[in-house]
Design a protein around this ligand. Structure first.
Ligand code: MG
Length: 354
């Protein structure tokens, strides 16, 4: 019966496959096809002047607009120790790097910086900082105005890999912009690189990195190979001991064809907060065991599956692979008392055992 049907419909099937192949080569849509989905409407931002930072586009995630450091943390997840003076962020010597609270993969990043005036120091010691995508891939920030240093370490270099195409630096004290298009690296199941990270950078509106392919994480005197990491990680800013200032920082997330289902933002919480959630919940017959792993939670759910869970708030976590959420319960003393595990939105409350 089935055989007969296949026989009967074979010409139709062949036609459909041919039609599909044709439509795919024409990118699924006919030329000027009115059924083709139209792009989302956004309101573009405004350009900055030396006196005043511009406005972010309407679909951007604003990481700093002159108000506060709420979108930033110290690297250990504690409060960021850099300061805000006259509505701009200033690097504090010895306070360490800062990183975004939220995590990002492929993205468009706009950031403005100003190196100290009067300039002091020379080469890598003058106005050094850095914008580090995923905490691994640095676009160098440096005062490269009449300051000689190695080419792959001057302003807007992909540090230790690619010098900029031109030196578009403004004098120290003036505001400068970086507009970065970053494509995250993609790794396969075994952790091998399927697609390296790519960067395009505009420095003060000038193209300085033209879709360059990163060889791995950036670092001083080092050419480290890639090692597999998460699809999203915080953006960090470097403390290199020089009081570089930052303003007007925003990000637009770019959908990456390689992204798994990620429909929510994830936040990277402080390690000691995460540690509070580690332990066993429920009973031995139907329990959840949680540990901290790579800045997130890893949970064995009912002895069936071990999954990573990402923070969507201080107490709520979600899996990117299966529709499961964890909502931790706190008692009056702010200790973790239990967790509500919701599988496909049906919740079960489990008490913390140890
Ligand atoms: Mg640097």
């Amino acid at each position: 019966m089935i055989k007969n049907r296949v026989g009967l419909y074979l010409p139709v099937l062949m036609f459909m496959l041919a039609a599909l192949a044709w439509s795919q080569t024409s990118d699924l849509w006919q030329i000027h096809d009115m059924n083709r989905p139209r792009p989302q409407i956004i309101t573009p931002g405004t350009a900055s002047t030396q006196e005043r930072p511009g406005q972010a586009p309407s679909d951007a995630i604003v990481l700093f607009n002159g108000q506060d450091l709420s979108q930033w943390r110290a690297m250990d997840g504690g409060p960021a120790k850099w300061v805000i003076k006259n509505n701009v962020i200033e690097t504090v010597k010895g306070a360490g790097y800062i990183r975004s609270y939220r995590e990002f993969g492929s993205c468009q990043l706009h950031i403005e910086f100003s190196t100290p005036l009067p300039a002091s120091g020379s080469s890598q010691g003058r106005g050094n900082s850095g914008v580090i995508l995923m905490g691994r891939y640095e676009v160098q920030v440096l005062d490269s105005y009449e300051n000689i240093t190695y080419a792959d370490g001057q302003a807007s270099a992909v540090y230790a890999q690619y010098p900029p195409l031109v030196n578009a630096s403004r004098p120290p004290g003036q505001w400068q912009t970086y507009d970065i298009v970053f494509r995250r690296p993609v790794f396969d199941q075994e952790g091998k690189v399927q697609r390296p990270a790519m960067m395009t950078v505009f420095h003060n509106g000038i193209l300085v990195q033209d879709h360059v392919e990163l060889t791995g994480p950036t670092g001083w005197l080092s050419q480290r190979p890639y090692s597999a990491h998460a699809e999203k990680l915080p953006i960090s800013l470097q403390d290199h001991g020089n009081p570089v200032r930052y303003r007007n920082i925003w990000v637009r997330e770019l959908v990456d064809p390689a992204d798994k289902l990620i429909d929510k933002p994830s936040y990277r919480l402080a390690d000691d907060l995460l540690q509070k959630y580690a332990g066993r919940y429920g009973d031995s017959g139907r329990g959840v065991e949680i540990q901290v792993r790579d800045g997130h939670l890893q949970a064995n759910v009912y002895g069936v599956r071990t999954l990573m869970f990402y923070a969507e708030s201080e107490t709520q976590f979600y899996s990117r692979e299966v529709d499961i959420t964890l909502d931790f319960q706190l008692d009056a003393e702010n200790n973790v008392s239990g967790v509500v595990v919701a599988v496909a939105s049906s919740p079960s409350e489990l008490k913390k055992i140890d």
